[in-house]
Design a protein around this ligand. Structure first.
Ligand code: HDD
Length: 704
């Protein structure tokens, strides 16, 4: 273990020790793991810095005798190990983060005094953490769930946290209902399961009793809840926030992150299988992409509007179960975020990072959205429990990168202890410490407030179905089918018939066909209650293209992955040509072979495999190719994982490139040829195959 804070001056010797140690922490970057102090490697010490002579054996009385309490090294090592865990987040426990920067591309000083947005080209460091909501820390990445999208901007006016999700609306309108929602979604308290799933009675019992959740349910049952990667999903601040300019004028704002690489999700059957084949699919994807220099990038956009717009809009802009369609209020792109650095240490950074909606900078403010107001209370509170005390801002990942001066002091693990006598204000000392600055300091928006104190949901929050319907009608037919399938899947796991019925009873208010399909899929004879506009008025809002994933996909194969199955004796030029074409498109090609040692090509070259076929089912790839000789195809046909690889690639509508000799494998997998399968015997066909893969799926293969 080495320290960032040496207890003695860093001599040339200790400095070089630290350099070596930091290489050792990064295998593959020049570090050797078997260095010995005699070779200049770091020397093992206790946490008190005492050199350790033996790290294998406990001190005992005699070679086979009892252990002795005197062994302070053993005592300290086990004590520390026993205390390694901190409480996981009560929600969003499973997450993965990366460093990067934000850069303003369109200055908006007219809208906000935030220095960050004051001029084009202003850059600040960011740390972004993506997460699932319901699962615990070790749950699989492809749970059907909302994804957290939390960004910490280290600005020169302090830290600003934009703590959003990949869905622009929320389940409940008032923070009072958040604990109920989360209790219902988490494993049921008596049995402790199911983990990271909403497909159970408690969740749907609660939801079916909460009409306000219906819009969000349309989103969470859509493919938004099973993204292909963090890199290919949008992010949203969800609430209406304020921007306040230097004159104190306020505009309303909703924040949007738009991935440069286009939107993409997996199919539910893929999600289920990915969770088994690679439960770390999303974190691995982010780690690999950044490591290979393919830095994920998002545009930051804002929907800006005023009171007149808010008053005229059909819904209350303070209601977080509603969005503002981009057609009604366009998204103005004002900056970009690039994630270009992996974490050095998962615990220190991703686990200890503490976000809070209340972390804002001058020029950014809140509205009275009751969900936001409740969040502003909750986050600070949770960090004290999770990180053990009030000094979590001293942890490097949470510490602002700008100067900080205040009179807060002491507490557990206090690291920034000011010198001098003054620890209160006002004081009369010459070096009296920091003073408030009325000119540059944060000013809360001076909003007039009136009204009686009451526990009351406003009437303007009452319409729960119109935007749910708008979301549904904005989807392509394929996506609508996935929503119906997801509802049928989830409700089929609900054991109590009355809950299933109660949930399906909401659907006619959203769409009659959806209600029929889901009812039919659950084996109901008829949909219980048809929609009655006199009882439940629902607006027929226009469809919005921005709400569909398939209408906002990529225009190339960039950032996507092709799995190339190979056998001995294949043509060298073909494999090389395909790899090059995938790389030229900005994608990644990985070789899958019967053995991890790889294959020998017709030209006698040994090609190492990235995966043995059993460990790399086709669900891990966006498109696949089978490069097999006649004998190779026969050998693959005898392997269950190889047959499964092809059968799944077909079932998931993937584009498949093939050598003519690969036919026996297709036959063994029981799949007919179609136009989504392309011959790969010439360089021209390779190029058109890779170009076709940009569409990501050959939907025509799947039943309508
Ligand atoms: Fe929350 C974590 C996003 C409503 C209380 N929330 C958390 C994280 C994200 C969100 C992304 C993980 C941050 C990280 O990576 O560390 N939460 C949202 C969004 C919401 C929302 C977009 C609705 C628009 N949250 C919400 C409410 C409450 C909370 C209404 C409570 C009143 N959220 C928390 C929390 C967490 C949290 C308990 C758990 C861990 C943490 O804060 O740091 O305080």
């Amino acid at each position: 273990m080495t320290h960032d804070m040496p207890r003695r001056p860093a001599t040339a010797d200790t400095q070089s020790n630290r350099d070596v140690a930091s290489r050792d922490r990064n295998p593959g970057q020049g570090g050797e793991t078997h260095q010995h102090p005699d070779d200049g490697g770091p020397r093992l010490t206790t946490a008190q810095g005492v050199p350790v002579a033996d790290n294998q054996n406990t001190l005992t009385a005699g070679p086979r005798g009892p252990a002795l309490l005197e062994d302070f090294h053993f005592r300290e090592k086990i004590f520390h190990f026993d205390h390694e865990r901190i409480p996981e987040r009560v929600v969003h426990a499973r997450g993965y983060g990366a460093h990067g920067y934000f850069e303003t591309t369109d200055a908006i000083p007219d809208l906000t005094a935030a220095h960050l947005f004051g001029a084009v080209g202003r850059r600040v460091p960011v740390f972004t953490r993506f997460s699932t909501v319901a699962g615990s820390k070790g749950s699989p990445d492809l749970a059907r769930d909302v994804r957290g999208f939390a960004v910490k901007f280290y600005t020169e006016e302090g830290n600003w946290d934009l703590v959003g999700n990949n869905i622009p609306v929320f389940f409940v309108q008032d923070a009072m209902k958040f604990p109920d929602l989360i209790h219902a979604a988490k494993p049921e308290p008596d049995r402790g399961f199911p983990q990271a799933q909403t497909a159970h009675d408690n969740f749907w019992d609660f939801i079916s009793l909460m009409p306000e959740a219906m819009h969000m349910i349309m989103w969470t049952m859509s493919d938004r809840a099973i993204p292909r990667s963090f890199r290919f999903m949008e992010g949203f601040g969800v609430h209406t926030f304020r921007m306040i300019n230097a004159d104190g004028n306020s505009s309303y704002v909703k924040f949007h992150w738009k991935p440069k690489a286009g939107l993409q999700s997996v199919l539910w059957d893929e999600a289920v299988k990915i969770n088994g084949a690679d439960p770390d699919f999303h974190r691995r994807d982010l780690w690999d992409a950044i490591g290979s220099g393919d830095f994920p990038e998002w545009d930051l956009g804002v929907q800006v509007f005023d009171d007149a717009f808010a008053d005229a809009f059909g819904f209350d802009v303070l209601d977080s179960t509603k969005l503002i369609p981009e057609e009604d209020c366009p998204v103005r792109i004002i900056g970009r975020m690039v994630l270009d650095r992996r974490v050095d240490n998962m615990f220190a950074e991703t686990e200890q990072v503490a976000f809070c909606t209340q972390n804002v900078v001058p020029g950014i403010g809140f509205t009275n959205d009751p969900l936001l107001q409740g969040r502003n209370f909750s986050y600070l509170d949770t960090q004290i429990k999770r990180l053990g005390g009030p000094n979590f801002t001293h942890i490097p990942i949470n510490a602002p990168r700008c100067p900080m001066h205040h009179f807060q002091q002491d507490g557990h693990m206090a690291m920034h202890n000011p010198k001098g006598r003054a620890n209160y204000e006002p004081n009369g000392w010459a070096q009296g410490g920091p003073r408030a600055d009325p000119k540059a300091g944060y000013r809360h928006f001076a909003q007039p407030v009136e009204g009686e104190s009451r526990k009351l949901r406003p009437e303007s929050f009452a319409d729960h179905y119109s935007q749910a319907r708008q979301f549904y009608v904005s989807q392509t037919k394929i996506e609508q089918g996935h929503i119906a399938d997801a509802l049928i899947f989830e409700l089929s796991k609900v054991e109590t018939l009355a809950i299933r019925e109660r949930m399906v009873a909401h659907l006619p208010h959203i769409d009659a066909d959806l209600a029929r399909t889901v009812g039919d899929g659950l084996g109901f004879d008829a949909v219980s209650t048809p929609h009655d506009p006199a009882v439940t008025p629902v607006m027929d809002l226009p469809s919005s293209a921005a709400l569909s994933i398939l209408r906002n996909g990529p225009d190339s194969f960039a950032g996507r992955k092709m799995g190339i199955v190979v056998t001995d004796g294949i043509d060298d030029a073909l494999l090389e040509g395909l790899r090059k074409a995938v790389m030229a498109a900005g994608g990644v090609a990985e070789v899958v072979a019967p053995k991890v040692g790889g294959i020998v090509t017709a030209g006698g070259a040994r090609v190492a495999a990235d995966h043995k076929i059993d460990g790399a089912p086709s669900v891990l790839f966006d498109a696949v190719a089978i490069l097999a000789t006649k004998d190779g195809a026969k050998a693959l046909a005898a392997l269950h994982p190889a047959r499964g690889f092809v059968a799944d690639a077909v079932a998931h509508a993937k584009f498949i490139g093939l050598t003519a000799d690969a036919a026996p494998l297709l036959d063994a997998a029981g799949v007919p040829r179609d136009d989504g399968m392309m011959d790969l015997d010439a360089s021209k066909t390779i190029e058109s195959f890779v170009a076709a893969c940009a569409a990501l799926r050959f939907w025509a293969r799947l039943p309508a």
